[in-house]
Design a protein around this ligand. Structure first.
Ligand code: SF4
Length: 117
C-alpha cells in the first residue's frame, strides 16, 4: 500500500510517497531532506500537530496560545475543549503555562505572546 502526502515542514511542499507493508513503513520517496522523511514516517504511523489558538481573558482581549510541542492528532479535539474552559487574567507573559497537561499528553499549553504588561 502507498500513501501520497505533501510535506508541511517547509514552504517547498515536496510530494512524498510512503510505502507501507503490514503497518510498517518500507520506503519513502520524494523528500528533499531528512525532515521530510521523518515527517512522512510520523504522519503515517503516529501523526502529530502543534495546536495554536487563542484564549479570551477576563479583560476582553485574546491571548495567543500553543502547545509546547506537537501532540497526537487524535488528542487535538480534547485539547481544544480544555483550552476553551481556561479563563485568564492579564498580564500574561510569553511562555506562561496555560494548561500543564494538554489532553493527557504531558505536553503543556503555553502563552505565545506577552500581553497586558
Ligand atoms: S522534504 Fe524537506 S525540503 Fe521538502 S518540503 Fe519537507 S522539509 Fe521542505
Amino acid at each position: 500500500m502507498t500513501r501520497n502526502l505533501i510535506c508541511i515542514c517547509c514552504p517547498r511542499g515536496c510530494q512524498l510517497e510512503v510505502t507501507l507493508q503490514d503497518g510498517q513503513v518500507t520506503d519513502v520517496k520524494g523528500f528533499s531532506c531528512k525532515r521530510g522523511k521523518d515527517y512522512a514516517v510520523s504522519e503515517v504511523t503516529a501523526p502529530v500537530r502543534m495546536v495554536t489558538t487563542t484564549v479570551r481573558t477576563e479583560e476582553g482581549v485574546s491571548v495567543p496560545v500553543k502547545t509546547a510541542q506537537p501532540i497526537p492528532k487524535d488528542k487535538i479535539f480534547a485539547c481544544m475543549e480544555e483550552i476553551k474552559a481556561v479563563r485568564l487574567h492579564l498580564p500574561v507573559q510569553m511562555g506562561d503555562v496555560i494548561l500543564e497537561n494538554a489532553a493527557g499528553t504531558g505536553i503543556p499549553v503555553i502563552a505565545a505572546r506577552s500581553l497586558g504588561e
